[in-house]
Design a protein around this ligand. Structure first.
Ligand SMILES: Nc1ncnc2c1ncn2[C@@H]1O[C@H](COP(=O)(O)OP(=O)(O)OP(=O)(O)O)[C@@H](O)[C@H]1O
Ligand SMILES: [Mg+2]
Length: 290
């Protein structure tokens, strides 16, 4: 039998007070060591699902499990959940509240009652991971949006969670900031953190995630990102479009330029290399963006 999922929702339903059901009978699993992108249209319930996973909301029916065991919503159970799963909300201003970056990032570890030296070590580690060590003493209200996002993520990383759940972490970042954040998250994954990300960006999901979960009105469907993000029917139901990489791969397959089990190019650079390999006669290598 396979290992139980690190964290999972089983037949979970949730409605906000007096509202219609947002999620009904939902089965959702986060598998250890796999990066997972959660996608769906505005209002489909991504944020709600993430808050259920991190214990901020409690399902009306069904259950949340940690390594197969149901989570108890008492003090002990919730502490165990919060040291395992950390949520970073979409808007950093909903998360940051302390006067300085270092104070904000130290809040979680201090709250766990850890000794000062351990708290300092975790704060340093988190600031370094997010590349914001130079901002440690900066007042949070003077930070740029991207810096506030990184600070919010550092606060979660300082808890050394097994699962880091990020609600649209790249929204509002410039292209370089986005690349740097994805590299940082890649580093955390290599270090053993399981990362779950809600995003509307199908191209990012295809490039970055091992698995993709699509929230549709019929529930959530999860599988390998390259297969799920090629499902035009599901994408349509989830209010999404075909990723660039899949569209290009289809075109190239139709022309016989990609065949067999090989995946198509996923970046402009890979497309340029493929075009160069198939170019007639000698010539300079085409460069992306040229
Ligand atoms: N605090 C709340 N009280 C009542 N209804 C809410 C609350 N938060 C969200 N909802 C409703 O629940 C549904 C799902 O919202 P949710 O924020 O989970 O969607 P989402 O997929 O994260 O959307 P987006 O892509 O816009 O962030 C929506 O219909 C929304 O109006
Ligand atoms: Mg949301």
């Amino acid at each position: 039998m396979s290992e139980p999922a690190l964290v999972a929702l089983r037949k979970a339903s949730f409605s906000y007070e007096d509202g219609p059901p947002v999620l009904s009978g939902l089965d959702f699993e986060v598998r250890e060591g796999r990066t997972l992108a959660l996608l769906g249209r505005n209002g489909s319930g991504k944020t709600t699902l993430m808050r259920l996973l991190s214990g901020g909301l409690r399902p009306d029916a069904g259950e949340l499990t940690l390594r197969g065991r149901p989570v108890a919503y008492d003090r002990k159970g919730l502490t165990r959940l919060r040291t395992t799963v950390q949520l970073v909300v979409q808007d950093p201003d909903d998360q940051l509240f302390a006067a300085s970056v270092a104070q904000d990032v130290s809040f979680g570890p201090l709250n766990l009652g850890l000794p000062d030296a351990e708290v300092r070590a975790r704060v340093d580690e988190a600031l370094t991971a997010l590349d914001i060590g130079h901002l440690a003493d900066r007042p949070t209200h003077l930070l740029s949006y991207g810096q506030r996002k990184r600070t919010a993520i550092a606060g979660a990383v300082a808890m050394r969670p097994e699962v880091l759940v990020l609600d649209e972490p790249t929204a509002g970042l410039d292209p370089d900031g986005r690349e740097r954040l994805l590299a940082t998250l890649g580093g955390l994954c290599e270090g053993g953190t399981t990362v779950v990300m809600a995003t509307h960006d199908v191209d990012l999901a295809l490039l970055w995630a091992d698995d993709a979960a699509l929230l549709t009105p019929d529930g959530v469907r999860t599988g390998p990102a390259s297969a799920m993000l090629a499902r035009t029917d599901l994408l349509h139901r989830a209010g999404l479009r075909l990723p660039w990489g899949i569209a290009v791969e289809r075109l190239l397959r139709a022309r016989g330029l990609v065949s067999g089990a090989a995946a198509g190019p996923r970046t402009p650079e890979e497309l340029a290399a493929l075009a160069h390999a198939h170019a007639d006669g000698p010539g300079p290598a085409p460069t992306a963006g040229a």
